[in-house]
Design a binder for this molecule. Structure first.
Ligand SMILES: Nc1ncnc2c1ncn2[C@@H]1O[C@H](COP(=O)(O)OP(=O)(O)OP(=O)(O)O)[C@@H](O)[C@H]1O
Ligand SMILES: [Mg+2]
Length: 316
C-alpha cells in the first residue's frame, strides 16, 4: 500500500429504494495501485455499492459522499458522470454475457469502447484493441476481434471485459465477481491479470467477491459486508494470522471473520433476534475501532453479539 491520498473515497454511502435501505452508510477508500476487497454473503449490498459509485442504479436515492480525487460524484451532472464512467472509473460487471452485445463482434465493441474516450481513428483503435487483448492474455488477438461473445469461453469473456474496462486507463477499476463462474485455474489467471494491471498502471482495484479465499490472495485490505453495512475491515495479513484456529479454518467461507468472532457455534444466525424483516429499515450500528487498522460492527441486540467483546452499544 502506498502513502498517497485516496483516489476514491466513499463516506457514509446509503442506497434507498422507498422505505428499504439495502446499503446503510458504508465508508471505505482506495489509493492508487491499492487492491481492496468487498466481500460478503449474497444480498449484502456489494453490487449496489459498486453500481452507486458508477451512479447506475436508477430509481435509488443515494446519500453520503463518493469522492473521486477532489470531485464529488453524487452531485455531478449526468453528462459529467458519463465521462467519469468508463473513463476514470471502469467496472467489470457481475455477468459478462449480459454486458457484452451478443450481435456485435468483440472487435466492434472494443473499438467502440476505445473511441468513446480516445479521439483516434478506427484503425488506431483497432491496433489498440489488439494490444489490449494481448495484454489480458487472449491468444490470436487479430482473429479473436472478428468473433462474437458466444464464441469465447467464460474466462475469455472476462478477459475481454477487463480489456474493455482498461481501455480508458482508469484510475479505479471495480471488478464485481470477476471469477465467480470460473474454474480455479482460470480464476487464478484473472486475479493475476488484475494484479499486473494494478502494478503496471497504478490502477486502484476494488474486488467484489463472495469468496474470501480469492480476496485474500489479491487484496491488501478486506471489507466484510453484511445486511448493507461493512461489519469488519481488516488488513489481509491480520485476517489470516490473527485470532484463533477457528477463524483461520473459516477463512475459506464468505464473511468468515465476522462470523467466527461474533457468532458462536451455539447461536446459529437463523435464530438471531435481529433476523426479522424490520432490519432492512433500521440503520446499521456504527463501526468502532477494535485494534489498530481494524474496524468492526455488531448488531447489539443480536444474542450472539452479547457474548462478543466487540458488540456496539445498544442502538435501539
Ligand atoms: N433495484 C432494486 N430495488 C430494490 N432492492 C434492490 C434493488 N437492487 C438490489 N436490491 C436489494 O439490495 C440488496 C443488495 O443487493 P446486491 O445486488 O447489492 O447484493 P450482492 O451483495 O451484490 O449479492 P450477490 O453476491 O448475490 O451478487 C438485496 O437485498 C437486493 O434485493
Ligand atoms: Mg452482486
Amino acid at each position: 500500500m502506498t502513502d498517497t491520498a485516496p483516489v476514491l473515497q466513499v463516506q457514509d454511502l446509503t442506497v434507498s429504494y422507498g422505505d428499504a435501505m439495502p446499503v446503510k452508510g458504508i465508508s471505505f477508500s482506495v489509493r492508487p495501485g491499492e487492491r481492496i476487497g468487498l466481500v460478503g454473503e449474497s444480498g449484502s449490498g456489494k453490487s449496489l455499492t459498486a453500481l452507486s459509485i458508477m451512479r447506475l442504479n436508477d430509481g435509488a436515492t443515494l446519500g453520503g459522499s463518493i469522492r473521486l480525487r477532489d470531485r464529488e460524484l453524487l452531485t455531478l451532472s449526468t453528462r459529467e458522470m458519463t465521462k467519469v464512467r468508463g473513463g476514470e472509473i471502469a467496472m467489470v460487471y457481475q455477468d459478462p454475457m449480459s454486458s457484452l452485445n451478443p450481435v456485435r463482434t468483440i472487435g466492434h465493441q472494443l473499438v467502440e469502447a476505445i473511441r468513446l474516450h480516445d479521439r483516434v481513428s478506427k484503425a488506431a483503435a483497432r491496433t489498440r484493441a489488439v494490444e489490449l487483448l494481448t495484454e489480458v492474455g487472449v491468444p490470436l488477438p487479430e482473429e479473436r476481434l472478428a468473433q462474437y461473445p458466444h464464441e469465447f469461453s467464460g474466462g475469455m469473456r472476462q478477459r475481454v471485459m477487463i480489456a474493455m474496462a482498461m481501455s480508458s486507463r482508469p484510475a479505479v477499476l471495480i471488478a464485481d465477481e470477476p471469477t465467480t463462474a470460473l474454474d480455479v485455474t482460470t480464476q487464478s489467471r484473472i486475479i493475476d491479470l488484475l494484479d499486473r494491471l494494478a502494478d503496471e498502471h497504478g490502477t486502484a482495484v476494488v474486488l467484489i467477491t463472495h469468496d474470501l479465499g480469492v480476496a485474500a490472495g489479491f487484496c491488501e485490505r478486506i471489507h466484510v459486508m453484511r445486511h448493507g453495512a461493512i461489519i469488519e475491515e481488516q488488513p489481509v495479513d491480520a485476517l489470516y494470522s490473527s485470532r484463533n484456529t477457528r477463524t483461520r479454518r473459516r477463512c475459506s467461507e464468505p464473511w468468515s471473520t465476522s462470523r467466527s468472532t461474533c457468532i458462536s457455534r451455539s447461536a446459529p444466525p437463523p435464530k438471531c433476534s435481529n433476523a426479522g424483516p424490520s432490519r432492512s429499515s433500521r440503520p446499521a450500528p456504527s463501526a468502532r475501532s477494535t485494534a489498530p487498522g481494524n474496524r468492526a460492527t455488531c448488531w447489539s441486540t443480536c444474542r450472539a453479539c452479547r457474548r462478543c467483546s466487540r458488540s456496539a452499544p445498544d442502538d435501539g
